[in-house]
Design a protein around this ligand. Structure first.
Ligand SMILES: N[C@@H](CCC(=O)N[C@@H](CS)C(=O)NCC(=O)O)C(=O)O
Length: 238
């Protein structure tokens, strides 16, 4: 049995971590059975991050490596109908989102002074004094350090948001009027694209990135399509 280790769930959102949403969405797309274990502290995770899975006594970390493993182990191929060129587009989209766009999203939650008080309360509000004063400051410092190491943290706020907004426009243009990224059928990359969009559409955190997503009706419709198909239990009744 597969166990997915991911952060606790908030709002009507599969998860606040896009990487966790990607893996859970893929498990559902592939119709694999799994259970979820909630993780609040990633220090014991195999690579110090979420998500990770256990399967047949093996621990596996990193969303892309987990998907690769599941494809091999369970003979899943959601990309069977794709050409080599389409598979290459998928890889380029995934790299854009996971390796760069992700950090603009992190900025919008952890650094932007408009959103940080809400995020801090959500993540650390239950801690007792003085931990509720110390831990958020240390965690935020750590994130700022990671963003500086990545390079994105060296830009001004308006520059960071401009990068994120251009990435959102690129995704909206790639999707166009198709149902899914590669046409009428969902493929592996849809788990990744959805994981980011849903993380702007559902949580009540305002940011220029959320505003940008909301300007593209095709992205909103796509998100709704993915939600009703794969996470119907989180959809509000009309
Ligand atoms: N490359 C990893 C990235 C996972 C990742 O960055 N997870 C973040 C949450 S979105 C995390 O666990 N951060 C906790 C930490 O860095 O201590 C993947 O694809 O799974």
């Amino acid at each position: 049995m597969i166990t997915l280790y991911q952060f606790p769930q908030f709002f009507d959102l599969p998860n606040l971590s896009p990487f966790c949403v990607k893996v859970e969405c893929f498990l559902r797309m592939a119709q694999l059975e799994y259970t979820v274990e909630s993780v609040a502290d990633t220090r014991k995770a195999p690579k110090g991050k979420c998500p990770y899975i256990s399967d047949n006594g093996q621990l596996l970390a990193d969303s892309e490596m987990i998907l690769d493993y599941l494809e091999t182990q369970y003979k899943i191929n959601l990309d069977a109908s794709l050409s080599s060129e389409q598979k290459a587009y998928s890889r380029a989209i995934q790299a854009m989102l996971d390796e760069r766009f992700y950090w603009t999203a992190v900025y919008s939650r952890w650094v932007d002074e408009q959103t940080w008080p809400q995020v801090s309360k959500l993540f650390f509000g239950d801690l007792s004094f003085p931990l509720n004063k110390i831990i958020p400051v240390l965690a935020k410092k750590q994130i700022i350090k990671q963003m500086y190491g990545h390079g994105i943290g060296r830009h001004r706020e308006d520059e960071i948001y401009a990068i994120g907004q251009k990435d959102i426009v690129a995704i909206a243009n790639i999707l166009g009027d198709k149902q899914f990224i590669h046409g009428d059928q969902p493929t592996r990359i849809d788990a990744c694209v959805f994981s980011y969009l849903v993380n702007f559409i559902v949580p009540p955190f305002s940011s220029p990135l959320k505003d940008e997503v909301q300007q593209h009706s095709n992205l909103i419709d796509y998100n709704q399509r993915m939600m009703t198909t794969y996470f119907p239990e989180l959809c509000q009744p009309d």
